[in-house]
Design a protein around this ligand. Structure first.
Ligand SMILES: Nc1nc2c(ncn2[C@@H]2O[C@H](COP(=O)(O)OP(=O)(O)OP(=O)(O)O)[C@@H](O)[C@H]2O)c(=O)[nH]1
Ligand SMILES: [Mg+2]
Ligand SMILES: [Zn+2]
Length: 299
């Protein structure tokens, strides 16, 4: 007996978005070009959506399922959603091109604030470590973050095994500055990703094959890997000063111990966080990072 269903209605995953055009993948693995009639900007990669068929390969997105998670960044002017329904963010950095350590730290704060798991990936370990990437990774491990070091290009088999263990059965978003190796890692784990990226670009009329937008790829049994384009500034203007302090793990033992309940840990007297900096329990560079974020906070 066939299951009852509404003619032409189906559920799907948004696997790519380009302007107001989307690619959605249904349960059978078929990809449809979809549009969101009337609405603007409310569908993002990773969303589970309800669609109706509107032609041979065309569909209309009728509604969006509630999201399990949402990662985004924001500056004073605008908010940029990165992906919906991910379980963890893999922040990729490398000795070359020159990395910005604050980018890694900011991505960790954004993920923590969104209740999303975190993994810091140092890639290109085959290159000379001019920028102290390894030391930066070790410092993050000491703060309790999950870390992993790989060379996706020089030791692909080893890298594949290491990464597959971390990515199994979870939806992972790859983020990082441009050129760190996100797409290389994706291609290592999802062998047909290149071909599908081309297929997506053609269907969305994008032309370019570099990573210009987030794309969702199924990975193994129950997992997914989302590639995203590199960008330079990971804005956290959407977080309040209180949230920022709560997202720095080494601040945790000191929070609630300041003289004032609403202490911002900036200029207030008898601040336990600043006392911890003076005592060497919080690294001055991390406290300076916090102050920087606090100046950008819109709330
Ligand atoms: N030496 C070395 N080069 C690597 C490694 N992994 C990736 N690369 C190279 O780094 C360059 C950038 O890699 P991509 O995977 O395109 O980087 P990306 O992070 O996807 O960059 P965007 O899409 O621009 O954000 C390519 O030339 C890769 O071949 C590695 O482990 N070692
Ligand atoms: Mg890329
Ligand atoms: Zn304080």
């Amino acid at each position: 007996m066939k299951p009852a269903r509404v003619a032409g209605a189906f559920e799907a995953r948004v696997v790519a978005a380009y302007g107001r055009r989307f690619l959605v993948r249904d349960a059978t693995g078929r990809t449809w070009l979809a549009s969101r009639r009337g609405k603007r900007g409310d569908v993002i990669v990773g969303d589970r959506v309800h669609c109706t068929a509107a032609g041979a390969d065309n569909a209309a997105i009728e509604s969006i399922e509630p999201r399990r998670s949402l990662l985004f960044r924001a500056d004073a002017l605008r908010t940029k959603e990165l992906a919906a329904n991910i379980d963890q963010v893999a922040i990729v950095f490398a000795p070359q091109p020159a990395f910005n350590l604050h980018f890694v730290w900011r991505a960790l704060v954004a993920a923590r604030a969104a209740g999303i798991g975190r993994l810091v990936v140092l890639n290109k370990t085959d290159l000379p470590d001019a920028g102290g990437a390894r030391a930066a990774l070790d410092e993050l491990a000491a703060l309790g973050e999950r870390t992993i070091a790989v060379s996706a290009k020089a030791s692909p088999e080893e890298a594949r095994a290491q990464l597959a263990a971390e990515f199994a059965q979870r939806a992972t978003l790859l983020v990082g500055q441009s050129g760190m190796g996100k797409s290389t890692i994706l291609n290592l784990l999802v062998p047909d990703a290149n071909a599908r990226t081309r297929e997506y670009s053609v269907k969305l009329n994008q032309g370019k094959q570099t990573t210009t937008a987030s794309r969702w790829f199924a990975f193994g049994a129950g997992g997914a890997i989302v590639d995203s384009p590199g960008f330079q500034a990971f804005g956290l203007a959407h977080l309040s000063i209180e949230q920022l302090a709560a997202c720095l793990p080494e601040f945790a033992p000191h929070l609630g111990r300041c003289r004032f309940n609403d202490c911002r840990h900036l200029e207030e007297p008898d601040c336990a966080v600043r006392a911890a900096v003076d005592a060497g329990a919080i690294a001055p560079a991390r406290y300076a990072f916090y102050r920087q974020l606090a100046t950008e906070s819109a709330r």
